[in-house]
Design a protein around this ligand. Sequence first.
Ligand SMILES: [Zn+2]
Length: 403
Amino acid sequence: MPQPDPSIFPLSAILNASFPFLLGRNIAPFLSGGLALADGRIAGKDFTPPIPGTARLDATGCVVLPGFIDLHIHGSAGHDTMDATPQSLSAISAFLARHGVTAFTPTTMTAPHPPTLAAVQNVAAAMAHPLPGAAILGVHLEGPYISPHFPGAQAKADIRPPNLAEFAELVAAGPVKLITLAPEQPGADALIDAALDAGVRVLIGHSAATYEQTIAGFEAGVSQATHTFNAMTGLHHRQPGVVGAVLTDDLVYAQLIADTIHVHPAAMAVLARCKGPDRLLLITDAIRATGMPAGEYELGGQPVFVREGQCRLADGTLAGSILTMESALQHFLATTAWPLERAWPVTSRTPAAALGIGNEYGSLAPGYRADLVVLDGALEVVATIVGGRLVYLRGGEEGRLGQ
Ligand SMILES: [Zn+2]
């Protein structure tokens, strides 16, 4: 592990910022003022003399939101979850903090069992030590129990039927929190049961399910859709498919890659109208090319070509993204024309709820984790705070810090 950045230090308060729903109650769309932090938690609105050894961040002209939570991210900054090395997760953590992400679930790709197991074990090991930026919430297994008809950029040769013994070994090896699968595959019901018993949330994705099979999946316990619209049966008026089921179910959460490349802006708007801010969550699906120059990279064992902001396999199939969360939020606002006071939960409160940690993450109410992102008027990241510690401050903003 690299040494922690000496610039990482505790904050006791955020001053002069705008906040949505200060203290977690819908008193007004946005309020201005301060927020006190103590012991890694949000302490409330009232703060008294500075705590020795801590700093205050003057956020004049900025908006403070709960830190972004990305539930679907393979990699960035040249690194990938499947590298299964401590250095990779550390580099991804640091990169994400520069983009406002305070917590994430490293996401695997469809692969043979041994490398997937190694990736899970590596995440477990990384969670035992402090990371330089965004914290890890657990593993998201994307595959391997998906549909060969909708592989997307997943390696088709490694797609296989649900395997309870294999899954049990993965769950025993580390904190698996999410699994994306195709519920129409033979044996998926038993795997969904095993996942729910182990406290793992089940997502439908890379799926050829019909509308009826999808509804049956929801009834079996599937609670979220992976990158909605991408790699699943679409909405036809006589065959509404996975998309039709996701759009019309009021409880299921829907992930969206809001880069306007994976999903047309009009389809993004349809999803937003159907799901609302409490069921729609933005993800990046970012790969190791994120934050790197254009060129050739690797994803799930296959070459990926990054050009003009798009990641594609040799045959043209979209292969993850180079999206960052603040860009996703900017695209989402531009597409939906929702004001920030309506949209903000899609990057924090809703993913926290979808993961079952909404009592601790995704709110500015007292007692919640002090995971915060400070954004300027263009919604670019000025500062990121994880557990009350400043892990990123944009260059030139040092004057905001004081006692
Ligand atoms: Zn995918």
